[in-house]
Ligand binder design. Sequence first.
Ligand code: GLN
Length: 278
Amino acid sequence: MTTQATIGEALQWAFVQLQNVSDSANIDAETLMQYCLGKPRSYLYAWPERALTQEQWKHFEQMVQRRAQGRPVAHIVGEREFWSLPFMVNDSTLIPRPDTEILVETALNLTLPDNARVLDLGTGTGAIALALASERPQWRITALDKVEDAVALAMANRENLGLSRVEILQSDWFSAVKDRDFDLIVSNPPYIDEQDEHLSQGDVRFEPISALTAADEGFADLFHIAANARDFLRPGGFLLLEHGYAQALALRERLTELGYDKVATVRDFGSNDRCTLG
Ligand code: GLN
């Protein structure tokens, strides 16, 4: 491609490079171009004839090449939007998923005290805790992760979003939690079966395995959290867990056995069972 490629030509070139590696080749190319130009998506549609500078083209070409090698777009641009907020990402945590917005929405719809005490276990980028904090200034939110780099990333996102009131600590699930008066405990723990063949395909190859998989067909952490959360909830408090679409029934049964009531599952945008509440 010549150095005088237009936006439209460069996007077309990128689509050809990416169509066999990504099922979202067009969107990926547009996202990389947006980032390269520092412009909104609408700009790309408004000015397809505009020529890229040599520097812009080189930058775009390098980003597309990394994507063609499989790297997630979020890692290349260093950012992913979640709950309409920009989150910095790196390879120390899971990249926030749109489906997890269902968990945030479900939490916001609960009837909780104005100054509810909320705990987010395995916060990663901080996506859930910080999204909740952005909506509920009076909630007192604590977010934990056992991975030091994840804690640092969540703290960086907290600063970037101006949500300094959220407490972020290093903790292996409940190990560093002292309070026992939470109104709500949320978590998107690792829940994929260690044998799942999808782990060798696509973007998940570049995410930490410790954030994705759990023993016992993916149930180990879900069950561990469910069994322990009751000791940290005030009477009438809620536990809200994200899980795989095929895990809902077993998780509801386990929550009921553990003495939770009002156990219910919520579906995601793809109509898959995604979160269970008790
Ligand atoms: N839902 C994610 C996926 O399928 C996994 C999230 C998780 O393990 N918590 O890639």
